[in-house]
Write a protein that binds this ligand. Structure first.
Ligand SMILES: [Zn+2]
Length: 249
């Protein structure tokens, strides 16, 4: 038997009443496991197959692991009552599923993901700010850091910053290459403020930053395009989140 602390990041139906879960575990990174009977009414382990369930999973070992038992740590239940927060959480889950190979330990990203879900579920932090912060830190964890502190060519603070999507770097007007896209002052200010990693910021952090809502979407679009250009795939749930926000911002 194998015991892991894990977040349930994806489930697909399997046979009549079973599911295959993708678990993001602290101890072993991303792993797949079958769970039996969870589609039956009153199934004891139903909670363990719910989106974003944070639990201690007891798994049988073998070519396809199977969930023998689970004890709930946190269901982050309020995520299911707010469409924006649910989509933002889904974008984080897709990020992990897409960019963390199975059985590669990502302890810092695991903690950041759990903290992100907790902030989204239990604090009034704006979903777009928390998600941008999470993804900015996540990029670092998968080896695609954004380098924004100064022009990647001359080192100066760029008066007009241009973003290079192949490198994830910022350039000044003189050093920029072809295809680099000019960033607005507020998009740049926001991206610089998104340090990721540490504690997910509270809403007061974003209030004090004073950047208008629309720039959060620009920052998220930039991150998604960077993932497509540099890391080989954008996140469809991030696109869906942005679209949802566009309808109300
Ligand atoms: Zn320069």
């Amino acid at each position: 038997m194998l015991k892991v602390n894990a977040l349930m990041i994806k489930s697909v139906d399997y046979a009549d009443n079973d599911k295959i879960l993708t678990l993001f575990s602290l101890e072993q990174g991303v792993i797949s496991a079958k769970i039996r009977g969870v589609k039956k009414a009153g199934a004891k382990l139903k909670f363990a197959a719910e989106p974003f369930c944070f639990a201690e999973y007891i798994l049988t070992e073998g070519s396809l692991k199977s969930v023998a038992n689970a004890s709930l740590n946190d269901s982050f239940y309020p995520l299911r009552e707010d469409l924006f927060r649910y989509y933002a959480a889904g974008a984080a889950a897709e990020f992990v599923k897409r960019f963390c190979p199975e059985n590669v330990v990502h302890a810092a990203l695991f903690s950041a993901t759990a903290r992100f879900l907790s902030a989204l579920a239990y604090t009034p932090v704006r979903a777009e700010g928390a998600l941008a912060w999470y993804l900015s830190g996540g990029l670092k964890e998968i080896g695609y850091s954004l380098r924004l502190d100064g022009c990647a060519g001359c080192g100066e603070v760029p008066r007009r910053p241009f973003f290079d999507f192949g490198e994830g770097s910022v350039y000044c007007e003189d050093c920029r290459g072809e295809g680099a896209k000019e960033l607005s002052r507020d998009t740049y200010k926001l991206l610089l403020a998104l340090r990721g990693g540490e504690e997910t910021p509270q809403e007061s952090f974003f209030e004090e930053l004073g950047v208008e809502k629309g720039y959060y979407l620009r920052a998220l679009r930039l991150i998604n395009r960077f993932l497509l250009t540099a890391a080989g795939g954008e996140l469809s749930s991030l696109k869906a989140f942005i679209k949802l926000c566009e309808g109300v911002f």
